[in-house]
Design a protein around this ligand. Structure first.
Ligand code: ZN
Length: 259
């Protein structure tokens, strides 16, 4: 099936594809969250800006999973995959789940990576210069530690789906299972170098010590403070949007099945 999906060749120098009405997507999320009994939180950022967070609490949780999306405003597939998963409502009965469905609500109306002030929020987790990430970190620090975290992204330059896995304790990896499942709905980027890092079968396992890095993406903050195992799935945004949404939703479902 994936063989029939072709690169569009449209996105040169940046993402020029479909945009979404993020406020409508978040209203849809809220509707699903209310219907299916999620706890809903509004994280105050500034003025009239809030970040949404959803929490699913089960009777006897043995696992804790965190999912975020929409930190880059030119990556619509993440928020759409979250909406699809919320509507499907198929979650493991033994896991508490936290979802931040959109961390950059001012970037999406501009279809740009950064927030409205021009800050790349996914480089701001070390120095906390933006109000969004300061608020997000305050909220994160009120939550327990997570067994696994997923940060949903897209990459307009990639030839297919890939993931970053940060797993310093070498816990059993779901990377290969994710690749196998996603390959049925979306091409995988099999390049041996992706984003200047060695990759194998679409999986980048960066041997980086975040303490030595001047700028932190969300995943580094999570690994340094909230989890010991993080996945960053990257959908290829030069492919049709439904393909990318299916890729990210499939990657999350592998975690839901295996956690
Ligand atoms: Zn991104």
């Amino acid at each position: 099936m994936s063989h029939s999906v072709q690169r569009l060749g449209r996105n040169k120098g940046g993402y020029l594809g479909e945009t979404i009405d993020i406020h409508q997507v978040l209203r849809d999320d809220l509707e699903a969250a209310r219907r299916f009994g999620w706890q809903i939180e509004e994280i105050p950022v500034s003025g009239n800006l809030d970040l949404l967070a959803f929490r699913r609490v089960v009777q006897a949780p043995s696992k804790k999973l965190y999912i975020s999306a929409g930190i880059h405003g030119d990556e619509p597939a993440g928020p759409l995959a979250v909406r699809q998963l919320l509507r499907e409502n198929e979650w493991p009965d033994h896991a508490n789940i936290w979802i931040c469905p959109c961390l950059n609500p001012t970037g999406f109306p501009l279809n740009r990576r950064e927030n409205a002030d021009g800050v790349d929020l996914n480089r701001d987790y070390r120095h906390l210069r933006s109000a969004e990430i300061r608020a997000h970190v305050v909220w994160l620090n009120q939550q327990p530690n997570f067994d696994l975290t997923l940060c949903l992204h897209e990459d307009w330059e990639s030839h297919g789906f890939y993931i970053y896995e940060v797993n310093p304790d070498h816990e059993p990896s779901l990377g290969e299972k994710m690749m196998q499942a996603v390959s049925k709905v979306c091409p995988i980027d099999l390049s041996t170098v992706i984003e200047d890092r060695p990759a194998q079968g679409g999986i980048i396992r960066p041997g980086i010590d975040p303490a030595t890095r001047p700028q932190w993406p969300e995943a580094f903050y999570l690994v340094m403070n909230k989890t010991r195992h993080s996945y960053t799935p990257e959908a290829p945004s030069d492919f049709p949007l439904p393909t990318r949404v299916a890729a990210l939703a499939t990657a999350v479902r592998v975690v839901l099945d295996e956690i």
